[in-house]
Design a binder for this molecule. Structure first.
Ligand code: ZN
Ligand code: ZN
Length: 246
């Protein structure tokens, strides 16, 4: 049978798409590929919103392909698995983050560094390896090679799990890579946005002493009381900065 987008991508999907740079989303019917041998399809239950979703929505980086379905902190429940899938079974809590594909043959891919693959495929606003567009997690279901699928423990609340897939790994990776989270370290975290929030929680869980650094006291209570930071340094306060040796 002749190949066409419809035969290659026969599974109907419903998403929320930006059609222009206004920032508004509207319902969008599209298709995803059928579940391949190594693929996991999951019902999307939650999807985080990250700054790069917003930049792409508004075409701030001048590379948005409209209609564009955002979302790259995508979590849900596995509903279909390919015959060669090993780590996921139907019903598992799963998710996918910033990657859904790569070449799997370059040095980076062979060393588990697919994020540095020149042919990396992001889950939205990109062209997939088969030449079709990728659409993100603001949709009813998602499909990805199991290599990019994260499996969550059964007791993990999925609404909390979603932000781990971009903001979370962005904070966790340098803490782990540079050994910053050990109990003998006192680290400063500048800003308490999505990534900073995650960084405080990871660093505390790893045993480090944590100071949040911010230009005002607006988030002091959240940092100290809710997230467990040890101290809070206000950069607009000359005395505090001098005391800190800055
Ligand atoms: Zn992100
Ligand atoms: Zn590669």
């Amino acid at each position: 049978m002749a190949s066409s987008p419809e035969t290659e991508h026969p599974v109907k999907a419903l998403g929320w798409a930006a059609r222009d740079s206004s920032g508004h989303l509207s319902p969008f019917n599209f298709s995803r590929r059928k579940t391949g041998d190594e693929d996991v399809r999951f019902k999307v239950l939650y999807c985080g919103i990250c700054d790069s979703d917003l930049h792409n929505l508004k075409n701030n980086w001048r590379r948005t392909l409209y209609p564009m379905v955002p979302g790259h902190e995508i979590v849900g429940e596995a509903i279909e698995v390919g015959s060669k899938v090993q780590k996921v079974k139907i019903g598992d809590k799963v998710g996918v983050g910033c990657m859904v594909g790569a070449c799997h043959s370059c040095d980076n891919c062979l060393n588990d560094l697919e994020n540095y693959c020149p042919k990396i495929v992001h889950p939205f606003n990109k062209i997939d390896l088969d030449g079709t567009r990728t659409y993100g997690g603001c949709s009813d279901h998602m499909v990805a090679n199991e290599r990019y699928i994260i499996r969550f423990p059964d007791n993990m609340p999925l609404d909390s799990a979603a932000p781990l897939l971009c903001a979370g790994i962005t904070a966790y990776s340098p803490l782990k890579y540079y050994g910053l989270g050990s109990p003998d370290k006192h680290i400063g975290i500048v800003g308490l946005g999505g990534i900073g929030h995650m960084a405080v929680k990871f660093a505390k869980a790893m045993g480090a002493k944590v100071t949040v650094i911010s230009y005002s006291s607006a988030q002091k209570n959240e940092a100290l009381e809710h997230l467990g930071a040890d101290s809070f340094l206000i950069t607009n306060d000359q005395k505090q900065m001098e005391y800190a040796g800055c």
